[in-house]
Design a protein around this ligand. Structure first.
Ligand code: ATP
Length: 210
């Protein structure tokens, strides 16, 4: 693991407009190994738009993003990064186990084996259930299990607590804390008060600019 202050992710002067409305501009930050970044702000202020830019799904209107000092480019960044967004990203007709095996086929092994990850997110015994039969919270737990079984240095999480019960929220907080304490990085949005007491948490509050 790198030194805890090694900057891994850097954004310089990012701007984003939607339908001629400026959402943010001049947005810069640095995130080091062992740090998490929370994006806060009112509905519609641009949090998801920023996350999608950080994922490389959308070009910023201005500015640059660097991962380990290099501009975002397909290979290294996308190997190191995992995104959990509003859509859970699973294949509904496949079972829980098939989805996890599919995810593993695309990425290097992570910190958890499939069985251990399923136990951790409390989906043990659901291996053979088609995903479309899972509840909303269980689907979210499955998408989080994918983070655990594959190697991803940077977690980008859009409202990761959506649909989770109180115990599920505590679980995800502990998984984020474990990931970051182990030298990982996380960028997330949340309308829920986070409890991540033992990790270095930076915060950006997006103001509506329009
Ligand atoms: N595909 C799109 N096409 C046009 N406008 C969009 C699109 N997606 C989002 N927007 C607009 O961009 C603005 C920011 O949306 P975004 O989803 O980034 O906000 P947010 O801060 O994540 O909001 P929330 O807290 O409600 O999830 C909103 O005004 C929204 O209407």
């Amino acid at each position: 693991m790198e030194n805890s202050q090694t900057v891994m992710l850097e954004a310089r002067g990012l701007a984003c407009s939607r339908d001629d409305r400026l959402l943010f501009s001049g947005l810069s930050f640095e995130l080091a190994a062992g740090q998490a970044l929370l994006l806060e702000g009112a509905n519609g202020c641009g949090k998801t738009s920023l996350l999608r830019i950080l994922c490389g799904f959308r070009e910023p209107d201005a500015g640059d993003i660097f991962w380990t000092g290099e501009r975002l480019e397909e290979g290294a960044y996308h190997r190191d990064m995992a995104y959990v967004g509003h859509a859970d990203g699973t294949k509904k007709e496949l079972t829980v186990l098939e989805n996890l095996r599919f995810a593993l086929a695309m990425k290097a092994d992570g910190a958890y084996r499939i069985d251990d990850a399923l136990a951790k997110v409390q989906l043990a015994g659901f291996d053979d259930n088609p995903v479309h039969t899972l509840s909303a919270g269980q689907k979210r737990r499955l998408s989080l299990a994918r983070l655990l079984i594959t190697a991803n240095r940077l977690w980008i999480l859009d409202e990761p607590f959506t649909s989770l019960d109180r115990q599920g929220i505590r679980l995800i907080e502990s998984l984020i804390a474990e990931h970051v304490a182990g030298g990982g990085l996380a960028v997330l949005t949340s309308h829920h008060d986070l409890r991540l007491p033992d990790i270095e948490l930076k915060t950006i509050h997006l103001q509506a600019c329009h």
